[in-house]
Design a binder for this molecule. Sequence first.
Ligand code: PMP
Ligand code: GLN
Length: 381
Amino acid sequence: PNQLLDAIGTTIFTVMSALAVQHGAINLGQGFPDTDGPADIIDAAANALRDGRNQYPPLAGVPELRQAVAAANDRFYGIKADPGTDIIVTSGATEAITACLMALLDPGDEVVLIEPLYDTYLPVVKLLGAVPRLVRLNPPDWVLPRADLEAAFGPRTKLLLLNSPMNPTGKVFSADELGFIAGLLARHDAYAVCDEVYEHLIFDGAKHIPLMSLPRMRERCARIGSAGKTFSLTGWKVGYITAPRHLAAIIARAHQNLTFTTPPNLQRAVAVGLAKDDAYFEGLAADLAAKRDCLSAGLSAIGFQVLPTAGSYFVTADFSPLDFAGDDTAFCRQITEHAGVAAIPVSAFYAGEAPRHYARFAFCKRDDVLDEAISRLSAHF
Ligand code: PMP
Ligand code: GLN
């Protein structure tokens, strides 16, 4: 077997979800909503199935969805993209990330990654023979250490992989930080792969700023979105990439060798979703912000030190004020098995030395489920 794959364990999301099922725990670990997204989108998918949309769609995606992604880019961010050449539909953002990395990286190229980092990034970079250069954000404020980032760039840097809004920290990179990043990319003639799956899950009136929307960045960025997050349909695995034309052509080659296409009925339904009015997108963010507040208040009342979250499905909470002797992995096992609430240890998002007193809780759950989770944890501590 491939040595790298042989050496990595099963993803923490699967491990903790299985443990949650085994112990009948409420799953605030893996990030998925417990209510499905809009009925009209689901109906559109069902109708498309019955309408005979069941054979291979075009490699780059059905025209309706590529047009809808291009229109959404313009509507939300003023990014212009040609649906015929600049958009590739993939089977989830997971495939999109892999396809972009395959398209850009040769063995020996350096990739700048920001820790804590989503768990698929590093294995794919390494499988491609590229060299990771890790820059670390530290709790509790997760500020971008600019000197470290600058030092990570060098003559072999091919790209930066940037996740904003960020999993697991809930950090949203500021305009100022993005400007600094853009300067480095231009100076080092590097690309950015921008994982923006939480682009619409952003709170308190903040606005998501795609790196691609900054001056001179349109040609350097591949921007990735996910219908799973934007429409609370995580099992659908429909992702989309916006890239400059020359890059999109190579990403398409990667995609043709990974999955080739993505179910056409789902693609058509996601096109319906992206055309929804502003009230839908604002409502999604407002609902999630209220859930964030509810979970954060409940965890704080128990004694956790809860860090602020500006976007995503997650809050990070420091459990060191609680009476627990052990690291974050032990803590998350303990609460899953004995309090009946599952969470994810934040050290799982670090490649090396990691802080070991933070747990990540997902708040994309029904209000009664969040209340029950809080009352279980209160009873336990
Ligand atoms: N990137 C990040 C940061 C994520 O949290 C996730 C999680 N779901 C993904 C990518 C994968 O998205 P998808 O389900 O569309 O593959
Ligand atoms: N992105 C989700 C999370 O961070 C999990 C996706 C998965 O299970 N691979 O919880």
